[in-house]
Design a protein around this ligand. Structure first.
Ligand code: F6P
Length: 487
């Protein structure tokens, strides 16, 4: 057990860590650092906090870094056997839990909870246990541990048993499933997930909607004991009181909401660097002079609804031919989870449909859809700056930071077409054009409305959207959770 700065020590646990490694041709290791809310958050607590980030080794480069003991200070990568990790991450986290929370199953045929599922579930337990044991080993007395996401739902309960002294928080970056949908999971699995999470002192969610859904799923879940929900009037913190049959006295888990916002300072600075300006010039060339742009930027996750976005754009060109030659749909669909066939198929469908639209409507001087599939953050920022319309139409999304980033970066104001199923809708809905993500005709009409929004109105709305989007920047988002956890 580490002893320094015990009660102030902070540990973060997540599947994907802040750094990844690649073995270069000459055998040396190249480290690549990631960004995002947790990275900014951890840097905000300062170097004296003794912060440690526990994560999985994901690639051969990561595993090599662990073997050589070459990892960065402040990061402990767990070299969980590759097949155990693949079952837990691809099999359970991304093919079951992600599907449940985003309601993605085609239920006449799936899910099928068979012997193979049970085998993979065993790996999910082993992978969660590896995290719990590493955290128990590393944490000083009374340290705060912030566990992230659906990959690690069992960690709070496992860690609580190993180290009752710790302050344990868990944060969900995804939606949480409605109780009827969650009930598709076998009862014992559902119970393990809920009781695993209830090992935490605090459970954080991005919106009240997802927090409420978890509380509904937890009440009366059965299994290890009894759970009751408390909804004190006017109190933003909700409580779940739970008693484990024949075991501990009643315990309370606080359920809190922290709506991660965009980092205005970083975005303003980064979006004016030379590489972004270069990409703006290249994009302008691809788009053509005098045309309006409908921009979308996503990782190609099944929940992002890129295909219906393209169908809505095609509908717009069909219904309102006056837009032909005058608008371009700039769609960035970056690779995600390509180990899964269903993701590869979805990516292929996005490409097929974009090509179909281009061959059906395109002219020698006009490409209706400009699709890029190679991740390029500078180009994303360039598109944000240029956008007349941003299309954010997920089927279901924990928050959706693109919806928050575009208004912050936009040069001249941008109309936001936003799905009511994105967490960001709670904060941005008032100044967005809101769509039902399944309604292709409705989305096509919303695109038209957005394209024809008067420039002054667009600029005014963008200002209000940017203010709402930056209300809780990453560093404060992280500190807020930490303060609440420490009580
Ligand atoms: O940021 C969205 C998100 O879905 C998180 O909830 C999750 O931690 C992460 O992406 C997982 O992405 P990947 O499977 O690429 O590691």
């Amino acid at each position: 057990m580490a002893s320094t700065h015990a009660a102030h020590q902070v540990l973060v646990a997540s599947n994907r860590g802040p750094v990844s490694y690649e073995v270069r041709g000459d055998g040396s290791l190249a480290a690549k650092r990631g960004g995002g809310g947790l990275v900014s958050g951890l840097s905000a607590i300062g170097p004296d906090a003794g912060a440690l980030w526990v994560c999985s080794a994901l690639s051969d480069g990561d595993r090599e870094a662990v073997r050589r003991g070459a990892g960065e200070a402040g990061v402990r990568m767990l070299d969980i056997p590759a097949e155990v990790h693949a079952d837990a991450y691809n099999g359970i986290a991304n093919s079951v839990l992600w599907f449940v929370h985003h309601m993605l199953y085609q239920t006449p045929l799936e899910p099928v909870f068979d012997a193979e599922f049970r085998r993979q579930w065993g790996s999910y337990e082993a992978y969660n246990r590896a995290f719990a044991e590493a955290l128990a080993e590393e944490a000083g007395e009374g340290a705060a541990v912030l566990v992230q996401d659906y990959h690690l739902c069992l960690v709070p309960g496992m860690l609580r048993e190993l180290r009752p002294d710790l302050r344990i928080g868990h944060f969900s970056h995804t939606p949480w499933a409605p109780t009827e949908y969650f009930a598709m999971l076998p009862d014992d699995i559902r119970q393990q997930l809920v009781w695993g999470m209830l090992g935490a002192d605090q459970l954080g969610f991005l919106t009240y909607r997802w927090a409420g859904a978890f509380m509904d799923c937890a009440r009366g879940v059965g299994g290890e004991g009894h759970v009751e929900a408390g909804w004190p009037a006017g109190d933003p913190v909700k409580y779940l009181k739970h008693t484990r049959t024949g075991l501990a006295p009643q315990t309370t888990t606080r359920v809190t909401v922290h709506g991660l916002g965009a980092d205005a300072e970083f975005l303003h600075a980064r979006s004016h660097e030379a590489d972004v300006e270069e990409r703006m010039a290249a994009l302008r060339e691809e788009i053509g002079a005098g045309r309006k742009t409908i921009v979308r930027v996503d990782r190609t996750e099944l929940s992002k609804n890129i295909v219906r976005g393209l169908l809505a754009y095609r509908q717009l060109l069909d219904d309102r031919p006056e837009w032909r030659e005058r608008v371009v749909h700039v769609a960035f669909a970056y690779p995600s989870r390509q180990d899964l066939a269903v993701y590869r198929d979805y990516t292929a469908e996005v490409q097929r449909l974009a090509e179909e639209i281009n061959s059906r409507y395109g002219t020698p001087g006009w490409t209706p859809v400009v699709l890029h599939v190679k991740d390029d953050f500078a180009r994303s920022l360039a598109a944000y700056r240029l956008a007349d319309v941003a299309l954010v139409n997920p089927i279901r999304d924990g928050m959706n930071l693109v919806a928050k980033e575009v208004p912050v970066v936009s040069d001249e104001g941008c109309a936001l077409v936003l799905s009511r199923e994105a967490g960001a809708y709670q904060e941005l809905g008032k100044d967005a054009i809101v769509v039902n993500p399944y309604d292709v005709l409705g989305t096509a009409n919303a695109l038209h409305e957005a394209l024809t929004m008067p420039v002054e109105e667009r600029a005014e709305r963008t200002k209000r959207l940017a203010a709402a989007a930056t209300a809780l920047p990453p560093a404060q988002w992280f500190l807020e959770q930490l303060e609440a956890l420490r009580g």
